[in-house]
Write a protein that binds this ligand. Structure first.
Ligand SMILES: Cc1cc2nc3c(=O)[nH]c(=O)nc-3n(C[C@H](O)[C@H](O)[C@H](O)COP(=O)(O)O)c2cc1C
Length: 217
């Protein structure tokens, strides 16, 4: 399969088959994608709540009540549901934690390399903290990039998925105590296999024409 085929085959699954589950081996691969996704200055400003049990999915479904009810069955019938959470603050302690983890991974051949990375990362982080004043938004962008990685990866594995912003994020923050832990829910991805009756599976892919979106120079 080439990349175009994969991009064409993936679609937003609106009805999942509750009887079909993703294999443990493939769940492991999906978790690798979440963990290995790139982020600006390797900031990794994320956390993932992964629900696969009925009880776990019922907890995520607390974010699909009231106005957000249209997404409830998708959460309950999927095999796995991932709550994407972004950090709410990027502290100096966290920057030290990142540096220590990079050192442990063997990134720094010499102590001066570690100091270089410390300085470079602080420069970028401070631009977002103080000049652009968009640190939270910047971190959320990193989490969205991760979500894109997961969506393409799932499609490559033949796993159906649905990204959802139609979620009561405040309800999920409360349910999982996220804010107390320095995180906030920003999106949910349901993963599994389409139900036979999913109307969206056979609809044509609709995108703006290539001539409109590309400038070739
Ligand atoms: C960030 C994001 C949030 C979305 N939120 C929802 C949602 O809450 N519920 C839903 O049914 N579809 C949701 N969608 C699906 C989009 O409507 C869909 O991706 C788009 O129409 C393109 O169709 P395709 O994914 O089938 O190619 C979301 C998609 C993205 C990327």
């Amino acid at each position: 399969m080439n990349l175009t085929d994969i991009a064409l085959s993936r679609y937003s699954t609106k009805a999942f088959d509750p009887a079909r589950k993703i294999s443990a081996e493939q769940v492991e691969q999906l978790q690798s994608l979440l963990r290995l996704s790139p982020s600006s200055v390797n900031s990794q400003p994320w956390h993932f709540v992964i629900a696969s049990s009925e009880a776990g999915k019922a907890r995520v479904a607390k974010g699909t009540q009231g106005f957000f009810q249209f997404n409830e069955a998708k959460v309950l019938n999927a095999s796995h549901v991932v709550v994407f959470c972004a950090k709410t603050e990027i502290s100096d302690e966290y920057l030290q934690h990142l540096l220590d983890s990079e050192e442990q991974a063997g990134r720094f051949a010499e102590p001066s390399h570690k100091e270089m990375v410390r300085g470079a990362r602080a420069t970028f982080v401070n631009i977002h903290r103080h000049d652009l004043k968009d640190a939270q938004h910047w971190m959320e962008k990193q989490v969205y990039l991760n979500m894109g990685t997961l969506l393409l990866g799932a499609a490559a594995l033949g796993i159906d998925a649905l990204p959802m912003e139609g979620i009561d994020m405040k309800a999920l923050d409360t349910e999982f105590g996220l804010r107390e832990q320095g995180f906030t829910a920003i999106a949910v991805v349901a993963l599994g296999y389409r139900a036979e009756q999913d109307f969206n599976a056979t609809l044509a892919k609709a995108r703006l024409p290539a001539a409109e979106i590309f400038t070739q120079i």
